[in-house]
Design a protein around this ligand. Sequence first.
Ligand SMILES: [Cu+2]
Length: 182
Amino acid sequence: MQRRGRAWGVIGVIVGVLIALVVSGALVAPAQADTAVSISGSGCAGGTTFCFVPAQSTVANGATVTWTNQSTAPHTVTRCTPAACNGTDAGSGTDASFTSGNVAASNGATFSHAFNGAGAYNYYCQIHGYAVMHGTVTVQSAVSASTTTTTATASAPTTVASSAANPPPPAAAVSGNVSFTG
Ligand SMILES: [Cu+2]
């Protein structure tokens, strides 16, 4: 009886570890890291005073992009119009909620937007102008996004699958222990 109790204790530890693996894997898998863009006041390509770094970002549909002001000046993250952006239009992105007047006001301030709609989003800074500050967020279509997600999280399902595949060995261990005890 005591040996059986110890076996169950070992099984409990194994199950606990497996649960921990599944939980941690489950937490890692759905977590879609935000895409970060810096609003920089130094080292800008082309020698402009301020810039978005990186200027080009590609994200999955539904992903959040966060701009962080790392300069001492206020800025905006504003969708383009041809008039404001030297002929560059808003882009093909279908999320109309990404619009104008989004401000990262001071050093350390952030502005975030979750993009729900595929396509390109051309943006600029209203305060310093398109010529000085502009960038593009490209949101992948649902199809290519899921393809990318499949590729990106290929290890995650594998982890989950292997975690799910792992329980059978303990089950085998259970019967093995039981038959051993008996
Ligand atoms: Cu600016």
